[in-house]
Write a protein that binds this ligand. Sequence first.
Ligand code: SAM
Length: 247
Amino acid sequence: KGTLYVVATPIGNLADLSPRARDVLAAVALIAAEDTRHSAHLLRHLGVETPLISLHEHNEAQRIASLTARLEAGEDVALISDAGTPLISDPGFLLVRALRERGLRVVPVPGACALVAALSASGVATDRFLFAGFLPARGGPRRSAIEALAERQETLVFYESPHRIRETLADLGAVLGERHLVLARELTKTFETFLDGTPAELLATLEADPNQARGEFVLVVEGAPAVDRDPERERGRELLGAMLAEG
Ligand code: SAM
């Protein structure tokens, strides 16, 4: 039986594709890609001539049967997305789950991933983090989503597009206040930039220099401060509260 290779591709700098990734893309019978035109460009650059088929959010469910049949017949297949690691805010989850349920082999070929790249160079705590992908596009649901995360003490990581970066910073400010965050822009590309500050400060920077609002973004937000769990102090607060209530 064949193997599905989940292959990471670059998030900007083409030199980030590993030699192993290139070998796998050249050796498989077929590459399933989010956007075949976009990936044809990468494959040309790599000198790889493997045939491509599309696998995107609108046809993923339909593709599962034909890809399963080819893997069952012994062919190896690679899955790639437009940038970075497939399945990370990208298609592929339905396929990988279906193949694992059938006992077929799925092998990762790791490489670039914007969230890990941003986090690793952000200077924000990395021991525990919560990746929340893209926030909802509409204002109400977006603010509710931020509110639901406001008390989390682990670092929060979001993806954002240039269309909504200002609104998202404004909503982060409205809900989280003066929370420190890092805006990682255009990672591995010519205009890679890390900006840090409060949401209001970053918003002001983007307003002052619209070039800073262009490109692709990862937002790395410091977690909520730890709640004071010292029992002595907590009891002190309770006593004070009771005295004030009686007051
Ligand atoms: N699968 C990809 C990965 O492994 O990171 C993410 C795909 S998701 C559809 C695209 C989002 O990832 C962008 O909107 C942006 O938030 C983030 N992203 C991708 N490339 C980036 C880069 N070079 N710099 C900053 N953010 C990037």
